[in-house]
Design a protein around this ligand. Structure first.
Ligand SMILES: C[S@@+](CC[C@H](N)C(=O)[O-])C[C@H]1O[C@@H](n2cnc3c(N)ncnc32)[C@H](O)[C@@H]1O
Length: 344
């Protein structure tokens, strides 16, 4: 998977429920392969009992031409669309849209328990990844792949906005398969990093090869941030701890505890970098199917000030606050550990 593509806007086929449904259906039934193998005169509609609306939608998306009896595929458009990463995007977009339709009372509020049958939360079942040999590896692979889909579209812009000190020893907590750490190290040739994530996630890293430029400087450590000791970096306390799109997953008190532990673990004068979507930017984000994947998490995002206030008084000071607009706003908050933040 490429780590260099930034494509903030949702693809055309995410713009309506009809097109998400048709694209996902085509993946589900293996139609793209059949269309790629179609004869020059086209794919006979008689081969599949699909409605004309389905074929019309494919034509509207620029994927080919619909004749009376056949669909004449545009092969280059089909090849561009029928990728494994678009398959996972279609799956996630469909379940997020379905969740918003079904559970609006939850997703549009800021309180209430997560509905047991929420598709988004069944999809992101981190408990599946607590073992290096998960019972359902395909379920872990699905959300790891989806996170990678998002990460490759966010990383360049975000990594460009991150300033690291020379020789930084970076610990990225919840860094998934290391795509953001990779992007950071590409931009900081003297930095090294350890990515810490659940064992079932780290087991997926061979599917996401590192860039040549960071090989030897980026390593992985499996563990559970709730129970395991945070790793050192290059044999020493990290000088930077990064949380990208991680802390919003946790309730307030837990997020506060995770931050306190990270600050304790940091070298003197070290930096905690928090990268999160900006809660305010969701006010202006239309509730369309194309945005369903973001709206499913609106209620969990916090303001940068929340994170500043979450740190125990005197333990750290905010030394960086930047915003970057991608498909929503993001903020990058740097909290520098103060001498009084040192453990006694
Ligand atoms: C929303 S994802 C963000 C991933 C990545 N930072 C990104 O921006 O694409 C949250 C990450 O936290 C990890 N995670 C969840 N629970 C964890 C735990 N208990 N210990 C360590 N990592 C955990 C997940 O596996 C996942 O990679």
């Amino acid at each position: 998977m490429s780590t260099s593509r930034t494509e903030p806007a949702a693809p055309l086929w995410c713009q309506s429920l009809a097109s998400i449904s048709c694209i996902k259906a085509a993946f589900d039934i293996g139609l793209w392969d059949e269309l790629r193998d179609a004869e020059e005169q086209g794919y006979s509609l008689a081969q599949r009992p699909l409605s004309r609306v389905f074929w019309q939608t494919l034509e509207d998306l620029g994927l080919g031409r619909l004749d009376a009896e056949a669909f004449v595929p545009d092969q280059s458009a089909i090849i561009a669309l029928a990728t494994p990463e678009n398959r996972i995007k279609a799956e996630f977009q469909a379940l997020a849209a379905a969740d918003l339709l079904e559970h609006g009372a939850f997703f549009l509020a800021r309180d209430g328990e997560i509905p047991e049958d929420s598709r988004v939360f069944q999809f992101f079942n981190y408990a599946d990844a607590t073992s290096a040999t998960p019972k359902a590896p395909h379920r872990v692979a699905a959300w790891v792949d989806y996170l990678a889909y998002c990460a490759v579209r966010e990383n360049d812009r975000l990594a460009d906005a991150v300033q690291l000190p020379a020789g930084a020893r970076v610990l990225e907590i919840g860094g998934n398969v290391g795509l953001f750490a990779d992007a950071l190290l590409q931009r900081h040739s003297t930095a090294q990093a350890v990515v810490f994530d659940l064992p079932g996630v780290i087991a997926q890293t061979p599917n996401f090869p590192l860039s040549d430029a960071v090989r030897g400087r980026l390593s992985f450590e499996a563990g559970d941030l709730r129970y395991d000791r945070l790793p050192r970096v290059g044999g020493e306390a990290p000088s930077v701890v990064v949380f990208k799109s991680v802390l919003h997953d946790w309730p307030d008190a837990t997020a506060q505890g995770i931050l306190a532990e990270a600050l304790d673990h940091l070298a003197p004068g070290g930096l905690v970098l928090i990268v999160e979507r900006l809660a305010e930017s969701f006010h202006a984000l239309a509730m369309t199917p194309a945005n369903a994947h973001n709206h499913a998490f609106t209620r969990f995002y916090r303001t940068p000030q929340w994170y500043i206030d979450a740190v125990a008084k005197g333990q750290a000071v905010a030394t960086q606050l930047d915003t970057v607009n991608i498909d929503t706003g993001f903020f990058i908050l740097g909290l520098t550990k103060t001498p009084s933040g040192e453990p006694s």
